[in-house]
Design a protein around this ligand. Structure first.
Ligand code: ADP
Length: 323
């Protein structure tokens, strides 16, 4: 019953935008600037993960575009936002490929630097028959993304697969809302929180930053998020997997349950949630309306293998909510 009320509210909010401003891609929404990582993911399917010193053969090798920054850029673009990407790749075929992938999604790629003498970021992901994985990330060019200080109008969304200094200087220069997806968990990232307007974390990251053993549900997430707030105006959103997401802002706290689905592959669900959120906040939609839509987008993302290929279009998100 509560889930249905949230969905109706989100639908009404989007319809109001379409009705008032025409199509969402022609409206006066803010630009979404993604500051983040760009990787090529190599997925190796193995019967059993190797132990130390062991060599195993992969039955299948798949290469997919990835990196939290690139994933979130595509999620926001497919949600209808005007997206620019700031990142770094090497002067190599992987870098060319990633630039082309993002351009194909209508992401403005002029802010992607091509760095000589360093490879494009790469993630090697071994997945066994039971779906367990081992991941090794070689950050490559991502680790050398230089601070940028030119202020950009619009909203900025960063994650933690690039140098923290680079994020700090971009946030300091930003004229618009600063969104931080503090993932993966990096304790030193706490220094950025005081300069963050909206912090997005999953329940495990929240437990890490809040220094509590675990967060198991909405009530615990709300309490920990309230305690973590770096300043009174800060908004915090916590994703809870199949339990949806919560938000704390001002004196309010809300829980939006997840869309009910049977997940096929949860890779990229968190990135989908963040990218979709950024697109909707750029339309000045309030958090109570944003959360169900971001949940629906992320739930749809779990229905398709991979991250970027799984990011849903806005029409599909609206259809899922209406159904
Ligand atoms: P991460 O991918 O960072 O671990 P979560 O597991 O919290 O993040 O998932 C992010 C979002 O994806 C959730 O808030 C929810 O909207 C959606 N999601 C994840 N797992 C499920 C699921 N089993 N059913 C429905 N939605 C899900």
């Amino acid at each position: 019953m509560a889930a249905r009320a949230w969905r109706l509210r989100a639908l009404a909010a989007t319809l109001a935008i379409v009705f008032k401003r025409g199509h969402w891609w022609e409206n006066d929404a803010m630009d979404v600037h993604i500051l983040g990582s760009i990787n090529v993911d190599t997925i190796l399917s193995v019967d059993a993960l190797p132990t130390a010193g062991e060599t195993v053969l992969a039955a299948q090798v798949t290469r997919l575009p990835g990196g939290k920054g690139a994933n979130q850029a595509v999620a926001a673009a497919r949600m209808g936002a005007r997206v620019t990407m700031t990142g770094a790749v090497g002067a190599d075929a992987d870098g060319d490929w990633m630039r082309a992938v993002l351009k194909g999604e209508e992401v403005d790629v002029r802010g992607i630097a091509t760095l000589a003498g360093v490879p494009t970021g790469a993630a090697m992901i071994a997945v066994d028959a039971a779906g367990e994985n081992q991941i090794i990330v070689a950050p490559g060019a991502n680790a050398l993304l230089a601070p940028e200080t030119a202020p950009k109008p619009g909203l900025i969304l960063a994650q933690l697969e690039i140098p923290l200094d680079t994020i700090a200087s971009a946030f300091a220069a930003s004229a618009g809302p600063r969104l931080l997806n503090a993932a993966p968990f990096i304790p030193a990232a706490c220094a950025l929180f005081a300069h963050t307007d909206l912090l997005i974390v999953n329940q495990h990251e929240l437990a890490g930053y809040a220094d509590v053993p675990a967060i198991s549900g909405p009530a615990e997430a709300i309490a920990a998020a309230r305690a973590l707030r770096a300043h009174p105006q800060q908004q915090i959103v916590v994703t809870l997997g199949g339990q949806g997401a919560v938000a704390v802002f001002g004196d309010a706290a809300i829980h939006a349950p997840a869309l009910s689905v049977t997940p096929r592959d949860t890779v990229g669900a968190g990135d989908c949630f963040c990218g979709a959120m950024a697109a909707l906040i750029a339309e000045e939609m309030d958090l109570a309306a944003v959360l169900p839509l971001a949940n629906a987008a992320a739930a749809l993302c779990t229905q398709t293998v991979g991250a970027i290929p799984a990011m849903p279009a806005r029409a599909a998100v609206m259809a899922a909510l209406a159904g």
